[in-house]
Structures are given as C-alpha cells and as structure tokens.
Design a binder for this molecule. Structure first.
Ligand code: ADP
Ligand code: MG
Length: 453
C-alpha cells in the first residue's frame, strides 16, 4: 500500500464502511429511504461531515438512527468521530445539491448544546401547549427573575418538550437575558458526572455546572434510580437556585409521578411551575404540517396535509416524520407527491395500529349532518341536500380511508370511479370558497375521528 494520504479516500472509506454496517442492521426499505440519499463531504480533525437532503431528514436520522450511526462508526474503527451535517440551502433542489450553497446544520460542537432550529418562532401554538409556551416565554424573557423556577415541562413523547426547552435557551441567549446557557440531556449529565468521578475531576464538574446562568436538563426522568447522580444534581440545583439562576427541566411525567426520585428533589421540582404539553388537536396538527411544508417549499396539497393530520394524532415527531418520509419516497422514486403515495407512507407510519374509519360511519354521519337518511346517500336522488351529503361523504371516504376509487364507488350505490373522482374534486374546490361547507366537513371529520379513536 502506498503511503500517500488521501483525504477524499479516507472520508469515502469511513462512510462506505458505515454504510455496509448500516445495511446489515436495518431493512432495505429504511436503508434506501434514509441512508442512500446521504453523501459524505469531508473528514477533518475527527469530524465527519455528511450532506443530507433537508433538515428534517437530519432530525429523523438523529432521533431514529443516532445510536446506530455511532455503532457504525465504532465498528469502522472510528468510535470518537463527531458527525456534522450540511443541507443544501435550498432543500427543494435535492437532486442537484452539489452546486447549491450550503448551510451548516450543526457545525462544530456548540458548547451550549443548543440547536438553533428550536425557537419560539418555529413552535406552533395551540390549546394543547399554550400554557407551557407562555410560561417558557416568560422564563426566557427574565430567567431567574420569575417565580417559575424551576420551570418543569412535562408530557408525552414527541409533543414538543425539547423544542420548548431549547427555545428558552435560544431566546434568552439571543436577547441577552442569560449569558451562559447550557442545555443538557439528563443522560449526558449522568455520563459527565461519572466521568468526572473516574478522572477525579469532580471539582471541575461542580464548578462548571454552577457557573451556568440558565441550565436546561432534558428528560429528567432518566435520573430515576441513579442515587449518586440525584445527589449531585440536588447540590447543583440548590447552588444555582440560591444564586437566582434559572433552571428548566423536562420530563415525561409530572414531578409527583417520578417514583424512584428522591423526595427532596421532587419537592424542589414542585417549587416552581409545572406546565404540561398535551396531544395537539387537529387544527394544530394541520398548522404544524402547513408550516413545515411552507418552510421547506414542499409541494403538497391540502388534501394530503388533512390526511396526515387526521390520522396521525398523538405524536408531533411522527407527524413531521411522515412528511419527511413522503418527501424521501417522492425524491427516491422521482414520483409525484400524490394521494396514493401519501396513503402508502401513512399506512407504514401507522403500522398495524391504524384505526380505520369505516365507510358506513362516514355515510351515516354525513347523512345526519344534512338531515337525511343514510339510504338516500347510496340511492339515486339528486336533491341538493342529498347530492351535497353524498359528495362530501365520498370526499371524506377518499381522505380518511385507504379504499380505492373503485371500492368507494361500489359502496356508494355502485357508482363509477369517475363519479367518485368528480365528487372529490368538486368538494375539494368548494371547500376553498364555501365557508359553511368547509366548517361542516371539519366538524364531520372530527366526529368521525373520535368515533374511530
Ligand atoms: P419531546 O421532547 O416532547 O419528545 P420534541 O420537542 O423533540 O418532543 O418534538 C418532536 C418534534 O416535533 C420536533 O421536530 C419538534 O420541532 C416538533 N414539534 C413539537 N411540537 C411542536 C410545535 N408545537 N410546533 C412545531 N413543531 C413542534
Ligand atoms: Mg425530548
């Protein structure tokens, strides 16, 4: 082997070997969707830079394959490599991103641990998160100066806790209300603590944490049953608190439910303000998808946004993930983003947990809404109410179920599939300028949603 040291070769080698590893660990579909579109850019000073189609793709990779990537690097004999991502500035041009200017997603490791994409501006507000959002804003405006100390944000997976907590840090730093901001996942706190014990650097660890103006510890529930970490955190907490420094914590459950956490910590957690984030309601889900599509200039119809927002209920990460998946599929197969592709993606995202709205329900609810008999929807009548109810029901069936046009036609009194298409188009168009109809459909959808939940 020649000794000439070739940067390009090295980066290719590392990445190729990672890919081999990944291929052996995940199924082909996932590999094709998530890793095929990634290319390696450079390897420098222990940092591997990857180019990824868009920033949601980055998020997905980080949250779903972060650990696996680390393992891949280890198995390639590069265990300590840090990965950084670049995405094309204009992520529409996924195909030609070589020539487009690029923005750094995460350049060198920022000591604050903050991710600048998580801001209040990018956080969509709804009744499910309004309270937490307002409390977060108050804290960010005047950290350590409100009675919301600590601010304890809790709620289920993927509902925006990390986003909100990070937004506090970003905002406080931007407007200068806190100088030294640190965001740390609780597991990292634990790891650093253990490391500092082993290396006899506990003083440095303690000093470091106590010098922070705004400390954000994410997913504090992972402290459960780690007595030593809890003990250490208790002292850190007290030191900061007495200095009027702000503490922000997140957790998957309220303080009182943190079984296995020391009582004195729990009562500290309860001393400030606890705010929960709940599952977003339909309007918020639609708004989140719209925002995301807009930001990324994703050409996606209102119909598809409705489809996703209606069916993916509890988890915003999944909701966003489904759109990324759709994008990835579309760009891979250079297919149009249409309803059938969207359906396919959706059924994958939902897996077996899919709760199907039935055509029968749709028909009977629509009939109710227009004050007619279910039978007339299926029948031949052409009165205005009947036609409107029928068309709406067909439209809803198309959006809310996985049935083909043909099947839908059959269920609606053996009508032709072109009749179904016509009805769907008509309704989709009417919704835009007929407020009353659009309200009616919204209401119906909600009812159906609840009935099948
Ligand atoms: P959690 O920490 O509660 O598990 P995250 O904060 O990681 O959830 O949120 C998961 C994903 O959903 C992130 O991409 C986040 O940006 C997004 N998200 C959550 N809530 C909102 C919201 N209200 N508006 C916009 N995006 C949101
Ligand atoms: Mg989180």
């Amino acid at each position: 082997m020649s000794l000439d040291y070739d940067q390009n070769n090295q980066v290719d080698r590392i990445w190729q070997s990672c890919l081999e590893y990944l291929k052996s660990k995940i199924n082909n579909q996932s590999y094709e969707t998530w890793f095929k579109p990634i290319s390696s850019v450079k390897y420098e000073e222990g940092m591997l830079t990857l180019r990824i189609p868009n920033r949601y793709h980055v998020e997905w990779i980080e949250s779903h394959y972060g650990e696996l990537l680390k393992a891949a690097l280890s198995s390639s004999n590069y265990p300590d490599v840090v990965i950084s991502y670049v995405v094309p500035a204009d992520s529409r041009k996924t195909e030609t991103f070589n020539s487009t200017p690029e923005i750094e997603v995460r350049a060198e490791e920022d000591k604050s641990g903050l991710n600048e994409q998580y801001t209040f501006e990018t956080f969509v507000e709804g009744s499910s998160n309004q309270f937490a959002r307002a409390a977060a804003q108050a804290v960010a405006d005047a950290p350590g100066k409100t009675s919301f100390n600590p601010l304890f944000i809790y709620g289920g997976v993927g509902l925006g806790k990390t986003h909100l907590a990070q937004a506090i840090g970003n905002h406080a730093r931007a407007i200068g209300t806190a100088k030294r901001v640190l965001y740390v996942p609780s597991e990292i706190f634990t790891l650093e603590f253990i490391n500092s014990l082993e290396k006899r650097k506990i003083d440095a660890f303690t000093r470091y944490y106590r010098s922070i103006d705004l400390l954000i510890v994410d997913d504090i529930q992972f402290f459960i049953k780690k007595e030593q970490t809890q003990e250490q955190f208790f002292h850190t907490f007290n030191a900061l608190y007495q200095d009027n420094k702000q503490i922000v914590l997140t957790s998957d459950r309220p303080p009182r439910d943190l079984l296995g956490m020391e009582g004195r910590l729990i009562s500290r957690f309860q001393a400030g303000l606890s705010a929960d984030v709940q599952e977003p309601e339909l309007e918020t889900r639609i708004a989140i998808l719209n925002r995301m599509a807009e930001e990324n200039q994703i050409p996606i119809s209102a119909e598809i946004i409705d489809l996703f927002a209606t069916n993916i209920k509890g988890n915003i990460r999944e909701l966003k993930g489904s759109l990324i998946r759709l994008l990835a599929y579309a760009s891979l197969s250079s297919a149009e983003i249409d309803l059938s592709l969207a359906r396919r993606v959706l059924s994958e995202v939902l897996g077996s947990s899919k709760v199907q709205t039935t055509i029968e329900d749709i028909i009977s609810f629509s009939a109710q809404e227009w004050g007619i008999e279910s039978n007339s929807i299926i029948g031949k009548g052409r009165q205005m109410e009947v036609a409107a109810a029928r068309q709406t029901a067909m439209y809803l069936t198309r959006i809310m179920t996985g049935h083909s046009l043909k099947t839908i036609g059959l269920h609606f009194g053996g009508r032709d599939h072109s009749t179904v298409i016509h009805a769907c188009k008509l309704v989709a168009q009417k919704i835009l300028d007929d407020r009353e109809l659009s309200e009616r459909i919204k209401r119906l959808k909600k009812k159906l949603e609840y009935s099948s939940a």
